[in-house]
Design a protein around this ligand. Sequence first.
Ligand code: SF4
Ligand code: MG
Length: 322
Amino acid sequence: MSILLEVKNLRKYFKTPKGMLHAVDGVNMQIESGKTLGVVGESGCGKSTLGRLVLHLLDSSDGEVYYQGNNITHVNKKELKELRKNMQMIFQDPFSSLNPRKTVSQIIVEPLQIYKAYPSKKDMIKKVYELMDTVGLAKRLEYSYPHELDGGRRQRIGIARALALNPEFIVCDEPVSALDVSIQAQILNLMQDLQLERKLTYMFISHDLSVVKHVSDNICVMYLGTLVESCASKNLFKNPLHPYTKALLSAIPVPKINIEKKRILLKGEISSPINPKPGCRFAPRCLYAKDICTKKQPKLIEVEENHFVACHCLKENNKESM
Ligand code: SF4
Ligand code: MG
């Protein structure tokens, strides 16, 4: 197993009038080369911030990021430009991330121009057509503007642009959330085909566990800036151990009508990420919270091979599955 990207104790705090907002608060994770790490959690849990930190679109407050074993936490502009070739992003809302005044081909050619990737204009245009073909955009759309196309095609432009410099690693931030369900499957299949063909590594961010399940090899579950559980995708669905993961899983609809599933409804207020209280962030909503949970923050611990959980009361809550 070769690790392409690793983050250690990564933090991002934002100053707000009410105090320090702990958006990402001590995250540790690894992404295997050629695999997909799903990052799942409710909106506002810090997953997009985490994706941006990894790509240096935001500066971290503390912690480290390693790419191919090299510490890339503090890089200068020139080094960052070099890194960006290998690390790209696909955004949630293709509409707002595409320049409305540019045509499809002008959008896709942009990274090639910035990086002077081709000496001749002819080669550059050839590459644009190649990229359009790769993502399933007909050549006749080259002079179209984003607003003339549907959401699926717009996301295909975003993917083509992300692929232009042949990256190894792509952060996909809710890439299908803005799309109709029927289009979602097409885009997810395209992304999976591209991953195989180009040996891409994905960090796939989503609030939707059923989407993450479909694409991920490993999954991290985030809650209010912290990781609460992380393991192989299959294992997470078979043997979830953290109370929050269990609640998330119970909310996924089951396709077979004769299977009954008890939904765990989360009550209680989500705690504030501003000046967070000591203890487990999930405590106000946790059915199993004990005294210690409000006093000490649980550490992410490996409870079985490659299965990490942050919970003080793991054994009591999972007698049958541990
Ligand atoms: Fe619940 Fe306590 Fe575990 Fe947090 S540490 S998830 S509050 S049991
Ligand atoms: Mg987000």
